[in-house]
Design a protein around this ligand. Structure first.
Ligand code: DGL
Length: 270
């Protein structure tokens, strides 16, 4: 059983790491679709096909609950999956809602009408597919009014991180922040809407300036999962074995994962 964590590649490890710190006894099965990363430049139909295949792999491992630790999959595929694909006894949760609840200072299950919140200018950094889906703006509009969102599609950042080229990733982040600031010179808050970006969070914060509040998902998703499991403990299942699976080359993926999380991670072929 255990809880499944899905990402197109290595980014979901930032979420896994935060969950491990928040819920150290929770067994987790990670699936990284490294053979097909990045998803952010693919069509919604293609992202849906790849995401359902990856989540099915986690169901086959015995996971009843899967977290899509990937904004691109959450934006492009989750709604369609929940409407017509996820079996009745399984759950698939995305990473958008905890972020938006934090931004709008709402508690889980607060279904009151949208209202004014503490921020009015929000910068969204995400993959091209997430930006073009407008899923973030849609979810935000259910909860808040009067928030101006400027989205910056950060082409190339995920590829550079997957390649382990952090110098390139950081240079790209600086240039995407510059581009955003030309459109919105003084954001109140910046949302890192891709689970790869916490790996370059310091560069985002430096380039944005200390006065900009940077919201990053891993801890928010971990807190939200802890809350969910307190309400639905049966979704953990009975399994005790944590594992890491990849559709890519296990040795190379393990090396990069070990470098990113600064602890030994060993991937097996999915
Ligand atoms: N980590 C994924 C996300 O949160 C990555 C995207 C990709 O594969 O382009 O959007």
């Amino acid at each position: 059983m255990a809880v499944g964590i899905f990402d197109s590649g290595l980014g979901g490890l930032t979420v896994l790491d935060a969950i491990t710190k928040r819920l150290p006894d929770l067994p987790l099965v990670y699936f990284g679709d490294n053979a097909n990363t990045p998803y952010g430049v693919r069509t919604a139909g293609n992202i849906y096909d790849l995401t359902t295949a990856g989540v099915q792999r986690l169901f086959d491992e015995g996971c009843d609950l899967v977290i899509l630790a990937c904004n691109t999959a959450s934006a492009a595929a989750l709604r369609r999956m929940q409407e017509a694909w996820v079996p009745r006894d399984k759950r698939v949760l995305g990473v958008f809602v905890p972020l938006i609840e934090a931004l709008t200072e709402r508690q889980w299950g607060d279904n009151s009408p949208p209202r004014e919140v503490g921020v009015s200018h929000v910068a969204l950094f995400a993959t091209p597919a997430t930006v073009s889906s407008r899923a973030f703006q849609r979810e935000l509009a259910f909860r808040a009014i009067g928030v101006d969102v400027e989205a910056q599609a950060c082409a190339g950042v995920v590829d550079a991180i997957e390649e382990g080229d952090m110098i390139l990733a950081e240079a790209l982040v600086r240039s995407h922040v510059e581009a955003l600031k030309r459109k919105m010179p003084e954001p109140d808050a910046a949302v890192l809407g891709c689970t790869h970006y916490p790996l370059v969070e310091e560069t985002f914060q430096e380039a944005l300036g200390t006065e900009v509040r940077v919201l990053s998902q891993p801890r928010l998703v971990a807190d939200s999962l802890a809350d969910y499991l307190a309400r639905r403990p049966e979704m953990v299942g009975t399994g005790t074995e944590s594992k890491f699976l990849t559709s890519g080359k296990p040795r190379a993926v393990s090396d990069k994962a070990t470098q990113f999380l600064r602890r030994q991670i060993a991937f097996d072929a999915a």
